[in-house]
Unconditional design. Structure first.
Lengths: 368, 368
DNA sequence: TATTTTAACTTGTACGTACATCATCTTCAG
DNA sequence: CTGAAGATGATGTACGTACAAGTTAAAATA
């Protein structure tokens, strides 16, 4: 590599601009044609110079818009990229999660990255092990679905350690408020609200809610459910909320059964997800009641299960695969020093209610 | 980065030579001018291709003497254990696969190994990319679910190269007969037989079969289906078998619909899997027929879907999570030099028929 | 005003040429 | 037989052109 070759000179000049602070991180540098005029060299030479700087991580190019100064050159500890992204999930076989994973994998592989996976089974001790593994694996970035996010997390120090190692991470579905990391989540409160509002507008008054209490998603959906009651000035009634945890699902379903057998049975039911909705649907069938005739049911997640049954479930939908793609996109952008549009690290997806056959209007006079 | 650009093609071809073992570490590759003639492109394009590969660490150049294959790969042969196991699957969000993955992950993490995942979407080109990624990732072992296993596979050389690098691999669900690798599979032929025999013993004679034709699982299940007809000396009838591929599922379901509308409609239906069974169930409902009243349906996989519907599906069950655990166990045993008890590298799981509500006995008078 | 289309500008790919620089093998002189 | 000069062929630098493809903002249209 000749020291006095033209492209080296151009390279060094541009590098100087960056080091002197004339070009700040994220800012656009001169276009190739401008550099051609400036230095009086050919475009090929300019591209060669820029190519080296891109390779070394000083710049990045964006097709059609320009060449920019990289963001993370300051504390660049010269870790060589392993092209591995870690992903920690709660349940691997959860019926909803594969679509997120698929989105992540799709984008990662298109960018030449690989995916290292681990799952916690919603156990905090296991989460700790996963984080330890990831830290020892030389990953470039980490995507985490937090475990038991509704309670305090003892593994905070690991996440802080990630920051010290300059490994970007991002949380999906939920996030630990204590560290307020970049996150992609669905507005579950709104989702719960939409589901409940739907039944209220259909004239239902006695609407039962069953929610999972050991993660934030469940807690938030429940909030939305309660909000809807408040907003429509509906009275609360006893036993209107059933909560369950990973360990107590079965017995709580049995509880629902006895509630449905009582004569004061509810006319509507908001479920934490489609899986629970189907469990309840089974109970309803065994009691010789009909859906939506005797009971309207709303699910959540709009999963494959929602349309598997004879009664297609009304369910709250959210962009699962898209969230995976976005997560991968953001983590890679951060790794490669690209700045995302408007600086915001996080995004909240709006849920949407898909009305199918499992809910119906109550034919009472009270409905406007 | 256009995938079909010339320099990418040249790059991939050269990378192939390395990964297939045609060019060994330290060896000189063709000179730029030779490559120009070989590919019929300009020298600039060749240099661009080589530039990328040098950048990625596959090659290095020596001014005046030539371009050589990096010996970074050589260090991998006497590599220290990375404690990484690669897993290549077809569909990540397939409703059946998560349980296998869960089994794999469970055992791997208990043994301190990590899981690197990639999926092919049942596309052979993508499988090639996945294998390339895995080969370049320093993995200790590889678990593969083969892609389009019913047709010839163009990626054989990659598997052979794995052997050269002393990386054990194992196939699940299906396997390429050409290389006869260690494999864990379900006896799908028997599964298809069991399902069909069940309907025959219930007095059915006109039994339709719908199978996926682009993977071996489908072909084998179909074999079992045909075997059952032979064994029970039942006559074959026209249109008794419908086959579909990944791309043509929808239209074939429509075909089933018209068969069911005809007056000579079948009384039984053997489905490739539960997903198809549910699709057909939807069609049956829309025709105002009843299951199992007018039509008995048998699914396959005994998945979550089988019990999601109001008519619980009779389905063929097989040990999904167990297969994952076994796969992980065997691959790690091989890595760590442990010998497995009975010497056999492969195992065939016996499927089991779970009889539920979607099938019923035909009373003899109705049977013509 | 809001939306669509167009034009201008950006980087990406691909071809061509010429000569410089370095390593290696061949040839020839000693 | 040995050493130096030269021929050959490899990569490195540098110039040029042309068009493709993506982005953005101005201009035209509804």
């Amino acid at each position: 590599m000749k020291e006095n070759s033209k492209y080296i000179q151009v390279k060094n000049q541009i590098k100087d601009w960056i080091l002197e602070g004339k070009v700040k991180p994220g800012e656009k540098i001169y276009s190739e044609n401008e550099l051609v005029k400036l230095f009086g060299v050919s475009r090929h030479t300019v591209r060669q110079a820029i190519g080296v700087l891109v390779h070394e991580g000083w710049l990045y190019r964006e097709h059609g818009s320009g060449t920019f100064c990289s963001n993370r050159l300051l504390q660049q500890t010269k870790r060589e990229s392993s092209k591995n992204i870690g992903v920690i999930t709660t349940y691997m076989s959860d019926y909803i999660f594969p679509s997120i994973i698929r989105g992540i994998e799709q984008y990662l592989s298109s960018q030449g990255y690989s995916l290292i996976m681990a799952s916690t089974n919603n156990d905090l001790e296991k989460e700790k092990q996963c984080l330890q593994t990831m830290l020892s694996k030389n990953i470039d970035g980490l995507i985490v679905e937090p475990t038991k996010s509704s309670s305090a997390n003892p593994n905070i120090s690991y996440y802080l350690n990630l920051e010290q190692h300059n490994i970007p991470y991002l949380m999906i579905n939920q996030y630990y408020k204590e560290i307020n990391p970049p996150h992609l989540v669905v507005d579950d409160e709104k989702g719960g609200f939409l589901a409940t509002e739907h039944l209220i507008q259909y004239g239902h008054k006695k609407i039962l809610g069953i929610f999972k209490s050991d993660d934030l998603q469940g807690v938030n959906r429940m909030k939305g459910y309660i909000d809807a009651f408040r907003k429509y000035n509906l009275p609360f009634f006893p036993d209107m909320i059933v909560t369950y945890t990973t360990e107590t699902k079965e017995e709580k379903i049995a509880e629902i059964r006895s509630l449905l057998e009582g004569k004061e049975r509810p006319t509507g039911l908001i479920c934490y997800n489609d899986d629970v909705a189907l469990s309840v649907l089974n109970v309803v069938r065994s009691l010789n009641l009909s859906v939506p005739g005797d009971l309207s049911i709303v699910g959540y997640d709009d999963s494959q299960l929602a349309t598997a049954s004879e009664v297609k479930l009304t369910s709250v939908s959210h962009p699962k695969t898209q969230m995976g793609i976005d997560a991968a996109k953001r983590i890679i952008a951060k790794i490669e020093g690209k700045s995302l549009e408007n600086g915001t690290d996080s995004f909240v997806y709006e849920p949407e209610l898909i009305v199918r056959e499992s809910t119906k209007k109550l034919s009472s006079k009270i409905v406007t």
